[in-house]
Design a protein around this ligand. Structure first.
Ligand code: TEU
Ligand code: CA
Length: 475
């Protein structure tokens, strides 16, 4: 258990269950596999894990389409395997967050067949309005049971639930309760910003400016005033918090930064996607961390299963420097599995599993030179285990793995606000108490800051910080 204050400063490791460790030779990661690798996660010095969805699912969106929230997907194990995982994590001092998808179910969930009033379904010859789905196309499809049109904010296989129906609220609270009773510490709550859509189903206007966060073209063509950030979301979160006062809640709201505080009134953490999307623009990063670190409950991340990996976007040297950024600024931090060894995007697979192209970010974890993920062909091929793997980085100076461990240890002495932030000329600088950080994104060596060096991501040359390196000093 972490106190509410500790939660807001937590470091959480994201496990993508299908790609972490296969224990039974079917090429698919599973819960017993994760349990067998928990010591690696504990060795990173993190506070806990978030498991992407493990529930029964036809896997149209790799688990984000849940057909039964109270059953574990058979290829991942069963409820007893989930219990073993949670128990072992707790022994190792790790908290466990499951991933709950409250906004939609799988189209194969029995709820969809049996309870049309739990969903957003309208009769008619044509779709009720112009809404677009996040992954492209119209947000409406013909109901397979002949009841008209159903709304889906994501894939057509993911019909939106109707949270205005109290039966839906009760059913979903039952899901939270089921897993809390089994010892889970809390939840990452998926796509909470789409929990409600306008009751009158009014059309959305054309977008008049580019949104603060990246969107797929179709979806970006409209201004989402009736399908995102609806006020009822906050009532739902208030009642969820009241029902589970001790749960650790981290929400995924893909929203403008100024909208995060409304979510954070009710939950411990909410992701800030702006840091990831600032890419290597130091002025942008400086602006994002200044504004974001003033939001209590901000959760930083630089990779997850939806975006190209840090190691690919920033390259091997800056990816190590990025770890310094992620773990030294005020706020919670999430590390996506594989980032601690600098894993890069994989080649994907033909035909693709994910129709919008996210396979490359989801390739298996690389444990040793031969992979170590599975003794069968993996569901997505290994990327480059001979180059990049956990075993090869143990105890190696300047390896990503070593740097992540140093940072989580150092983090204990980091307190206080961010001061003296600047991001000019490709160099990011900031201070927290007695600790100053310099990250050199430029192609030139720069003078090292004054003070005792506590960590650097490359060997310093004299009094200079080499290109694509970070240094932390104690003044
Ligand atoms: O993603 C929600 C979501 O839409 C954004 O975070 C997304 O990255 C952004 O809109 C850019 O397209 C969550 C899950 O993380 C994702 O894997 C699922 O596919 C999605 O919900 C649907 O459950
Ligand atoms: Ca398996």
């Amino acid at each position: 258990m972490l106190t509410p204050t500790q939660r807001r400063n937590a470091v959480i490791y994201q496990v993508y269950p299908r790609s972490f460790q296969d224990s039974n030779g079917d090429g698919i990661g599973d819960l017993d596999g994760i349990t067998s690798r928990l010591e690696h996660i504990a060795s990173l010095g993190v506070d806990g894990i978030w498991l992407s969805p493990i529930f029964a699912s036809p896997q149209a969106d790799v688990g984000y389409d849940v057909s039964d929230y109270l059953t574990v997907a058979p290829e991942y194990g069963d409820v007893a395997a989930a219990d073993r995982l949670v128990a072992r994590a707790h022994e190792l001092g790790l908290i466990v967050l499951f991933d709950i998808v409250p906004c939609h179910t799988s189209i194969e969930n029995a709820w969809f067949r049996d309870h049309p009033d739990w969903y957003i379904i309208r009769e008619g010859d044509k779709p009720p309005n112009n809404w677009t789905a996040t992954f492209g196309g119209l947000a409406w499809d013909r109901d397979p049971y002949g009841r008209g049109w159903y709304c889906h904010m994501f894939y057509p296989e993911q019909p939106n639930l109707n949270w205005r129906n109290p039966e839906v609220v009760a059913a979903m609270h039952g899901v939270f309760k089921f897993w809390m009773d089994r010892g889970v510490d809390g939840f990452r709550i998926d796509a909470i910003d789409r929990l409600f859509v306008d009751e009158q189903l009014r059309d959305e206007p054309a977008a008049d400016e580019e949104y603060e966060l990246w969107e797929r073209p179709d979806y970006a063509s409209l201004k989402h005033i009736h399908t995102v950030n609806q006020p009822e979301i906050f009532d739902a979160l208030r009642s969820l918090r009241a029902a589970f006062p001790n749960a650790f809640f981290a929400t995924e709201a893909y929203v403008a930064m100024e909208q995060l505080p409304a979510y954070l009134e009710h939950v411990d953490l909410s992701f800030c996607f702006q840091l990831l999307q600032a890419e290597r623009d130091t002025a942008k990063i400086a602006d994002v961390i200044c504004r974001g670190s003033k939001i209590p409950g901000v959760a930083w991340m630089l990779s997850n299963h939806d975006f190209s990996r840090l190691g690919t976007r920033w390259g091997p040297d800056l990816a190590r420097a990025a770890a310094v950024l992620l773990l030294t600024i005020p706020g919670a931090a999430f590390i996506y599995q594989g980032d601690e060894i600098g894993q890069v995007d994989g080649p994907g697979i033909e035909p693709p599993i994910d129709r919008v192209g996210r396979d490359a970010y989801r390739h298996p974890m690389q444990w040793d030179e031969s992979g170590g993920f599975s003794n069968a062909d993996a569901w997505l091929p290994m990327t480059d285990p001979e180059r990049c793997n956990v075993a090869g980085q143990e105890n190696a100076t300047y390896s990503p793995l070593t740097i992540y461990r140093q940072l989580t240890a150092l983090r204990r002495e980091l307190t206080g606000e961010l001061t003296d932030v600047s991001g000019n000329d490709g160099v990011l600088r900031y201070t927290r108490g007695a600790i100053s950080v310099v990250i050199n994104f430029s192609a030139d060596a720069i003078p090292a800051p004054a003070g005792e060096v506590v960590l650097s991501t490359k060997q310093l040359r004299g009094d200079t910080v080499p290109p694509s390196a970070a240094v932390i000093v104690r003044r």
